[in-house]
Design a protein around this ligand. Structure first.
Ligand SMILES: [Fe+2]
Ligand SMILES: [Fe+2]
Length: 168
């Protein structure tokens, strides 16, 4: 059976692959669908960490408001901000006003801001790379080395029993 630390690392790899595919095709017809898949997967992954994996770590280590998980929570907030900014760029774009020469009136038009999407996606790639590495080296390794087999499989079982959990 898959171990919780292996399962979480595999999920990083799975999400990285979807995100790389999105970044290659961020202007294409598949962009929205790829991004939605990535975004919902990453938001679920973050929730598993914050709700299921951080608590046993914090209880044993005796640190919640400072220490590794406090830093990881801050990084999760930054990751969600970047997801939001990519989502806004894909969905709506930016509104600008153009003057109509014949009437002199200002007319609102929406332009797609590709630069914003790609810049946020690049930032997100960098933030995620460092964040995932840190989790694997600190949190996942700790789970693997500290918890008993039964505790680890109980944590994995909780994640896998969540509604909407993907079927693989
Ligand atoms: Fe995380
Ligand atoms: Fe993670």
């Amino acid at each position: 059976m898959t171990d919780i630390s292996e399962f979480m690392s595999q999920d990083h790899d799975r999400l990285d692959a979807i995100f790389a595919n999105f970044r290659k095709n961020s202007a294409g017809g598949q962009a929205k669908q790829l991004f939605s898949q990535f975004e919902s997967g990453l938001r679920a992954h973050i929730a598993w960490e914050e709700e299921i994996l951080f608590p046993p770590f914090e209880e044993r280590i005796g640190m919640r408001d400072s220490g590794p998980t406090a830093v990881m929570r801050v990084e999760h907030r930054r990751i969600k901000e970047l997801l939001r900014s990519i989502r806004d760029g894909i969905d709506g774009g930016r509104q600008v006003f153009l003057r109509v020469p014949e009437t002199g009136r200002l007319q609102p038009i929406t332009i797609k801001d590709r630069t914003g999407v790609d810049a946020s996606a690049n930032d997100l790639k960098d933030v995620l790379q460092a964040h995932n590495h840190k989790e694997a080296q600190i949190l996942y390794l700790w789970l693997e080395r500290t918890l008993a087999d039964g505790e680890r499989s109980a944590l994995l079982g909780r994640i896998q029993s969540l509604p909407g959990m993907r079927e693989n």
